[in-house]
Design a protein around this ligand. Sequence first.
Ligand code: ZN
Length: 890
Amino acid sequence: MQLLTRATRVAGAARQAWGGTGSLARVTLDNADNATDATGDHTASPYRLPRSVVPHRYTLALQPDLESASFVGHVIIDTVVNEPVQQIVLNADELDITEVKVGGEPVGFHLHATTERLVIHSAQAEGTTAIEITFAGTLNDKLRGWYRSTYIDEQGVEQVIAASQMQATDCRRAFPCFDEPDFKAVFDVTLIVEPHLMAVSNGPEVERTEFLDGTDAPTGKVAVRFGETMPMSTYLVAFVVGRLEATEPMMVPREGTVGEFIPLRIIHVPGKGHLTAFGLDVGAHSLAWYQHYYGIPYPTDKCDMLALPDFAAGAMENLGCITYRESLLLADPAAATQFELQNLADVVAHEMAHMWFGDLVTMKWWNGIWLNEAFATFMEIACCDAYRPDWLRWTSFSLERSAAFEVDSLASTRTVEYPVEAPEDCDGMFDVLTYQKGGSLLRMLEQYLTPEAFQRGVSHYLSKHEYANTETGDLWDAIEEANQGTPVRQLMDSWIWQAGYPLLSATLDGTQLVLSQQRFAYGDTDDATLFVVPVHLRIDGVDSKVLLSDFELRIDLPSSASTVVVNAGGHGYLRVAYDATLRSRVLGELDGLTIIDRYNLVDDAWNEVVAGRLSASAFLTFVEGFGHTRDLAVWQAIAVGLRGVGRLLDGDAFVAFQKRVAALVGPVVAQLGWDAVPDESDLQAKLRGLLVGTLAVLGNSTEAQQHCRTVIAQYDQGLNPDPELVSAATNAVAASGTDELYDAFLSKFRSPATPQEQLRYLYALAEFPDAHQIERTIELAFSGEVRTQNAPFLLNRCIANRHHGVATWHALRQRWTEANDKFPGNTIVRMIDPVKLLTAPEVVADVQSFFSEHPIAQARKTLDQVLERQRVNSALLAREAGRLSGELLA
Ligand SMILES: [Zn+2]
């Protein structure tokens, strides 16, 4: 899946506590073999089915009724019986089972609700047997299993789509199955539908026949049969039925063949075909690129990408039938910002990466979900970087690494991998530590080994384990096998099974460089965690690599005047603290550094402020030395720091700070030009958008504010100003917007030209300046008009509003039960994330005590992190606000 939101959720079973132990303990996962005792008692493990009966093929027929939001189904599961059993146990939940036959004979059965199991009363000897089950179910509104999504068509009529989302354990809500990732099987799916509806599943359509009733009379429906899948996990099964349209297939060559092609389509609600070209282009690029990178042809027959109006996750890698939110697949490139297009390209590339890594080779159990997602994150960046080299995707990935650092600097961070017993224990893995930290660690490994060596290892891993299931260590071993001599497993284990990351100190001792490591923390720490750190050095312009596996390492330098860049290239998952001498030498040669190196200098400096080792005032002076830079990423790091500094101030001191911001940013805007320049790079246009927005809001520049109003007026007149300026100006004018403007934005949200424009206007409603406007926005979020997949993120932005965050918090606190009832469970903690920015002591006390009484059960760890970060920010305020205000007003 992709990280926008996650679709896994908490089942009724009690959650198992897990603790990041910080040790290198490994987990034994093979105990599933003992999940049943000798008498066949299936309750031996509530989470793992017995392995005595194993499925290898499902023949599934489903007949949805969109109007009544229900379905009936029939499945034949061909199984192998490995040892004699008294009963057969599989998964089923929220299904009405009407009949079960084994070997053609009706047999008894019962449902076990707590474990979501169907227990079939049928003793079996070793051999093979077929289980036949007839059942019925509901197309639910919970965006999981087989669910109901809706849209309003051109005639204003509500249309229903039956859509599916199975990961992690919701396939059992669509049909009875052995719902664990290592029960791979072939799926032969038939959907029985009204002839005017489109039906899509994992395989290509291979047969379409009139569907007859029991007396061979026509029913008016058709049976659409799909080609059987490769052996795959249940969480990858998909079927979608509704009034939909498909693009003409793009024919992408199949690697290793002559004249064979993979048909690639986008499927969407009617009337949105004009928004498909970009998604198809990225999809075709990704298919070709991965076949080449992995050295393995695309593993199935066709590739459909579906844009769904209601979708809890960002996107889902169902084999050959990838589902997306509309905003992550449909776009108008002429009207979208670089970020919106890059985000779309990232997500498409991410899901395509999973077709091999995840679908062809799959984790044995849910503890492996982190590697599945971390790897897809790494590959999405690599693939996107190849798609649009001018976007410098590995450079902008620095911002994502910083997002991981933010959480990983806290005492309440977690280890990347941890033991998972119940499937819902892996819910906590869908966070920045899995995606952004995991992806960063793989980038660090790749850079240490060299990209070629890493690719060789990945390709070896995939071909060695194709159609099978693996543990994390299998990847490290495969990379090691393909690259003799590098201790990959030892190195990676130190990062995967230990929380946090190191601060590398670089000091000069005569003609020696002394590198030492200490776990980074906000505040003092005596944590003795030791990482095996691959360090890239540039000494007097010469690159080298060392492995720091102890607390200290001494390296001889050519001279005591040598210049040393630590973490050269910037891909290490670490921060650097230079001593004063080395630091001044590095700053003296800024232009010789990569953009990521410069980004890291600013990002490290801001985090030293948060950690209490650098004053906010010194940081401000430090970034004022970057006025000459034109690197987008460096400015993004500066903007993060400036926003953080701004949060420390109010009154006259804030006004004085705004003047400093304007003095820093204004000349850069003047030099770039206020409007787009023909043929400039996407990143320069994006830099202008960032700086104009910063100047207007944080710099309080009337000139910039006026320019933003002009841009919006031009946009309203259809004059097509640059999308970067439009996007920045939308937020900037909202920040000082009238009620009239609020109404105008609301109506644009209601009838947008593109999914991206809709989100832009929706989220701008959280930026307005007056209390009653934000109250309207909060009401809107709860009204049902905003899809539940977006409403929590609208509230998130209201909490982040500098002026009305506290009021929003109070409103949300009042409506906590309602929010939890209405919004997807996986979005709740992300909704309240900006409470970390509310730092007044009485608000901190209120937030902390509220959550001690209202824990977010499905995201306990993430909530702990938000609360700790709030305390860190509050301490920062107490430490710096008075001192900085005094200096600004002096
Ligand atoms: Zn994913």
